[in-house]
Design a protein around this ligand. Structure first.
Ligand code: B12
Length: 208
């Protein structure tokens, strides 16, 4: 087993030089439980490089895209789905930071959850889909504060339609301010894909 720090350094180097094959090799050499911390830590390091001006926007953009694509090949859906799941969906609300949502989706699917991926949606489209698909647990990812505040609008519009939906949120603004989820009327907040799994399992238990 390779040290996480060694893997982070190798993945960072591969991504910054846009070496997709090398990035794939590094991710495949990681244990399943290391994939999420590996990608998150590496992208955060690359993000810091962007903030200090050492990394170009194109490099950070391509790094995200490469990780997103590779996730599909690395984490396959688990065929033994968890029994009696309520209808669930995940969406990126308003902004375009899609990688965190992709990781949560892929890891949940690899853990036996069956959930819809709505991609990036605005408030009204999201509410419409939730009603149409009879969603009971809605996972929302946002990476920017203005998007995070829009969760409150989602809740209000769901209530106007009389829909009882559990909302779980995650992403940078919620990690920076751990009380924010309450201000936007979400039911829970998670900092990682493993948190998402724990929260959803508890909600399923409570709904029984
Ligand atoms: C990569 C990145 C980009 C990439 C996005 C590429 C892509 N395809 O996603 C690019 C370069 C395109 C980009 C653009 C911009 N970005 Co940007 N970006 C980042 C950066 C450095 C990393 C984000 C990331 O991918 N992290 C890795 C992923 C895996 O982690 P994650 O998303 O946090 O997800 C994990 C957890 O949060 C959690 N999670 C996530 N969602 C959910 C959901 C649920 C339900 C649960 C339980 C858990 C959960 O689990 C995930 C896996 O562990 C962050 C810095 C940061 N600290 O987040 C800034 C950041 C998010 N960006 C920021 C900004 C300002 C922008 C721009 C406006 C910049 C500009 N001036 O153009 C644009 C806006 C684009 C848009 N409209 O959406 C700010 C937002 C600040 C704010 N308070 O609003 C940040 C915080 C940087 C900063 N410190 O200023 N960005």
């Amino acid at each position: 087993m390779q040290e996480l720090n060694t893997l982070i350094a190798s993945l960072e180097q591969a991504l910054l030089s846009l070496d997709r094959l090398k990035a794939q090799e590094v991710l495949q050499s990681a244990l399943t439980g290391q994939v999420e911390p590996l990608i998150v830590a590496t992208l955060e390091k690359i993000g810091e490089g962007w903030e200090t001006g050492d990394v170009a926007l194109s490099q950070i953009y391509m790094s995200g895209r490469i990780c997103e694509d590779l996730l599909n090949t690395i984490l396959e859906p688990n065929n033994e789905a968890i029994a009696e799941q309520p209808k669930m969906a995940i969406a990126e609300l308003h902004d375009y930071h899609l990688l965190g949502k992709r990781i949560v989706y892929s890891i949940m699917r690899a853990s036996g959850f069956d959930l819809l991926d709505y991609g990036q949606k605005e408030v009204d489209e999201l509410v419409e889909l939730v009603q149409k698909n009879e969603i009971k647990i809605l996972l929302i990812s946002t990476l920017m504060l203005p998007s995070a505040l829009k969760v409150k609008e989602v809740r209000a519009k769901l209530e106007l339609r009389g829909l009882d939906v559990k909302i779980v949120v995650g992403g940078a603004p919620f990690r920076f301010d751990e009380q924010l989820y309450k201000d936007v009327d979400a039911d829970a907040m998670g900092k990682s894909a493993s948190d998402a799994i724990k929260i959803v399992k508890t909600m399923i238990e409570e709904q029984k």
